[in-house]
Design a binder for this molecule. Structure first.
Ligand code: AOF
Ligand code: ZN
Length: 386
């Protein structure tokens, strides 16, 4: 939502601070959004003073505004609250923050973005206005949206934000002809991938890559290099494996790791294997295959949003599934790690996109960021609409 309000330099500074606070919940709020709040007291003739700060830490715990109000106490009266997401108007796991702000008699609320949650979506702002509070919306909105791409996608489109991570050599290869692929990128790039896993609700992979790499698809806290490691309780992202005929080995490493493993299959599987996989800890779900005999990717993503509240979905897989997702236009963001090495020979290419044959078919990407990560390069790109 855009706003015609002219925000002051101080407004920008305080909202930037609120965004910074929100980021502290990056790895823990899921499936709730990351939200930060700053309360500023403005005394006549003096510059503003922060009297309360807060951020949302975990689902079920108080919202950012409540922490900030508690810290501000009496000083909240007549103050300005900066919130990265519209204060809520509903009573969910916690009470409505818009009511708490009104009760504390703040004079003004600055909101970075309207809450995409249909239970809120403008009602929080209305509630504040009805209480006589001045409300300004849209300050640093792009930054606020970037904090919660998954929550926004799930609320607005009922599907996760799909981030495809791939690692390739400078000659565009992801594995040797034999399938051997560990390791193409260096340690620092692998730390980045750990951070991508940590912010994701789930990791999606194809059974072929699991068979090939026997990857655990887990979060290793020590590799995250967190500053506040002791105060962050990490959850393991859900592992989701696409496996049309249940070929997942019973001894697959990911099955004995902490956290849940969902195996998505079609009716073309053997019931005995299903029973064995279930006994080994997998949760097997059956989807009707499409006309090509493959799992219906669209439906699967909708299912993950609806049944598992998946906000950000990290895809770590091989050329076939990566190509199929791109082909179906289901990728929201591509993170590509490029290593300074050549694999040559019969090595595997990045994507299988067999349907593209003419220049007119090419898939255009927009590059948003390129930076060095250790000795590798990271490219962040988004597929462009036709
Ligand atoms: C948060 N943290 O700081 C704010 C949120 O289930 P509940 O009761 O915690 O409510 C979650 C909803 O509250 C969430 O979907 C969003 O719409 C709204 N605002 N949520 O988790 C916060 N301010
Ligand atoms: Zn709230």
């Amino acid at each position: 939502m855009s706003s015609r309000t002219l925000f002051s330099e101080a407004d920008h500074r305080y909202m930037a601070r609120a965004l910074q606070l929100a980021k502290r919940g990056l790895y823990t709020t899921d499936p709730n959004p990351r939200v930060g709040c700053v309360i500023v007291q403005q005394l006549p003739g003096q510059s503003g003073r922060i009297v309360g700060e807060g951020f949302h830490l975990r689902t079920g715990e108080p919202h950012a505004e409540i922490h900030a109000l508690n810290a501000a106490g009496e000083h909240a009266k007549g103050a300005t609250a900066y919130v990265t997401l519209e204060p809520c108007s509903h009573t969910g796991r916690t009470g409505p923050c818009a009511v708490a702000l009104a009760n504390a008699q703040v004079a003004r609320v600055v909101v970075a973005m309207v809450d995409p949650n249909p239970q809120v979506s403008g009602r929080g702002i209305e509630l504040l206005k009805a209480a006589g509070i001045e409300v300004d919306v849209g300050l640093l909105e792009a930054d606020a949206r970037a904090l919660n791409p998954g929550f926004i996608a799930r609320m607005q489109h009922k599907r996760p934000f799909v981030r495809l991570k791939m690692a390739m050599s400078l000659d565009g290869r992801t594995a040797m002809g034999s399938g051997e692929s560990q390791w193409i990128t260096g340690q620092e790039a692998r730390c980045h991938v750990q951070r991508l896993r940590a912010r994701s609700s789930a990791i999606l992979s194809g059974v072929e890559s699991i068979i090939m790499d026997d990857s655990r698809l887990t979060l290793r806290a020590e590799q995250l290099q967190l500053e506040n490691a002791e105060s962050v309780v990490l959850r393991q992202p859900l592992r989701v494996i696409l496996d049309t005929r249940l070929r997942l080995p019973l001894a697959a490493a990911c099955l004995s790791e902490p956290g849940r493993t969902l195996v998505m299959t079609t009716p073309a599987h053997s019931p005995e294997k299903r029973a064995k996989l279930t006994a080994a800890g997998a949760e097997v779900h059956v989807f009707e295959a499409g006309s090509d005999g493959r799992l219906p990717l669209n439906e699967l993503l909708d299912w993950l949003a609806k049944h598992e509240q998946v906000n950000e979905l990290l895809v770590e897989t091989g050329a076939t599934l990566a190509g199929a997702l791109l082909d179906a236009k289901l990728v929201d963001e591509l993170q590509l790690f490029v290593a300074p090495t050549l694999l040559g020979g019969e090595a595997k290419p990045l994507f299988a996109l067999p349907g593209l044959s003419r220049m007119a078919d090419q898939r255009r990407l927009k590059i948003h960021d390129i930076r060095a990560v250790g000795s590798d390069w990271r490219i962040i790109a988004t597929p462009q609409p036709d």
